[in-house]
Design a binder for this molecule. Structure first.
Ligand SMILES: [Zn+2]
Length: 180
């Protein structure tokens, strides 16, 4: 194929470092590309575009601590689930599972859900964290949970013609430290 840039060189297949950008972050992906020996112009075949997108998405996922497409597929395979079964198990549409495995980046909340739903160690770490959080006594004021008092305050403020505000300092004096 003649180079579209200089119209002189003949494009050659070559493993090349290509720059990619995902969600504003720049990465380098290494893959088969077409390079012009005359002018250095680099492009990839249209059929390799999905591969390029997948490598770029995986570079982003790796650098942001998210599971890669292959890792998601491996976890699903470990549970011996089809994409449809896995989608139902996680609570998403099958299209989402397909897209993640092909390279679309899952958001952080979804990543955490997948981890907790697919790995015993991560589920158990989460359980430990949850037990610690649940064991911390809820702050109370005069025996009533702070959270419900705050809800009431917000509701009253909503209805009152003269809105008032409870400042944290006002509460400071009467918050009872729960017995540990
Ligand atoms: Zn060229």
């Amino acid at each position: 194929m003649i180079c579209l840039n200089c119209r002189k060189g003949r494009l050659q297949k070559k493993i090349t470092d290509l720059s990619a950008e995902v969600k504003g972050e720049k990465f380098v992906v290494r893959m088969n590309a077409l390079v012009c020996p005359a002018c250095g112009y680099t492009t990839i075949e249209g059929s390799l575009m999905p591969e390029y997108m997948r490598l770029a998405a995986d570079a982003y996922r790796a650098s942001n601590g998210l599971l890669t497409g292959d890792q998601i597929r491996e976890r699903r395979a470990r549970l011996r689930m089809s994409q449809g079964q896995f989608a139902e198990y996680i609570g998403v549409g099958i299209a989402s599972v397909k897209r993640w495995e092909l390279g679309q980046v899952q958001d952080l909340a979804m990543d955490r859900l997948i981890r907790v739903m697919t790995d015993i160690d991560e589920a158990s770490e989460n359980l430990t964290k949850l037990k610690t959080l649940s064991a911390t006594p809820e702050p109370t004021i005069l025996g009533r949970p702070l959270v419900s008092l705050m809800y009431e305050a917000v509701e009253q403020e909503w209805h009152a013609s003269k809105p008032y505000r409870i400042e944290a300092e006002d509460l400071g004096g009467i918050i009872e430290s729960p017995a540990v």
